[in-house]
Design a protein around this ligand. Structure first.
Ligand code: HEC
Length: 215
């Protein structure tokens, strides 16, 4: 029988080879991405913070610094900017103390299941405000007056312990039985989370709150 020239698209061999190459390439890409992500999300150290080296996830001692949220024209969204030192609950926290406090806050956030209503770093629910940048929420200024506290961290801790005393949104946060110590841990957890460079997520945080962009 005479051999007909067949198109390459009809050849099994071609598709088998393509599949093998694509699978191989994807596997290499995923391995590379895994290492790259690992490096990007690993926590910075206190030394890096002190010498002004910016890490995507700064060390726990970032709670000792002022954190601002500023528009980066280059990147097209807001980025956290770590500023000068400021006391947190009236003191500077050592490396060990800050790590311990953050741990307490994280465990409390899990025990009280904040994610059931809120979103943290892209995980959770949208029943209540996104907490990723909650520390930077300009609304806290109004809480200073309402709670009669003199610092933002104290006002947030007060709100967390008695949320129904200071309602702001239409939906109210229930009283979750958070102790004074747990509240301090949670505020540290929120402050640290706000210092994480999340490529501008959640989007439009500033615009929704109507302040950061406009000011
Ligand atoms: C049952 C749902 C629910 C759970 C669980 C919950 N919250 Fe809330 N939270 C809300 C609602 C609703 C609001 C808005 C209430 C308001 O402003 O009066 C809110 C508001 C807040 C705010 C103010 C945010 C802002 O920017 O205005 C913070 C901070 C907060 N919650 C932290 C927490 C933390 C931390 C936890 C876990 C320990 C938690 N919440 C668990 C429902 C919840």
């Amino acid at each position: 029988m005479e051999e007909k020239p067949t198109s390459v698209w009809a050849s099994n061999r071609f598709w088998q080879r393509s599949a093998a190459w694509v699978t191989g390439f994807a596997a290499m890409l995923l391995i590379w991405l895994t290492f790259d992500t690992g490096a990007q999300i690993s926590m910075g150290t206190d030394e890096e913070l002190k010498s002004g080296i910016t890490k995507r996830v700064p060390a726990p001692t970032v709670i000792n610094y002022n954190i601002k949220y500023e528009m980066s024209e280059k990147r097209g969204h807001e980025v956290p900017v770590i500023g000068v030192k400021e006391p947190f609950f009236g003191k500077e926290w050592s490396v060990e103390e800050a790590a311990g406090l953050l741990r307490l806050g994280k465990l409390t956030s899990q025990a009280k299941n904040c994610m059931n209503c809120h979103t943290l770093l892209g995980n959770g629910a949208y029943y209540a405000p996104d907490l990723t940048k909650a520390w930077l929420d300009p609304l806290w200024d109004t809480y200073l007056e309402r709670t009669g506290k003199s610092t933002k961290e104290e006002a947030i801790a007060e709100f967390l312990q008695f949320p129904s005393k200071y309602p702001t949104h239409e939906r109210m946060m229930p009283n979750l039985g958070i102790s004074a110590d747990e509240a301090i841990g949670l505020v540290a957890f929120l402050k640290h989370m706000s210092s994480i460079d999340t490529n501008g997520f959640p989007r439009n945080f500033g615009k929704i709150k109507g302040a950061i962009h406009g000011r």
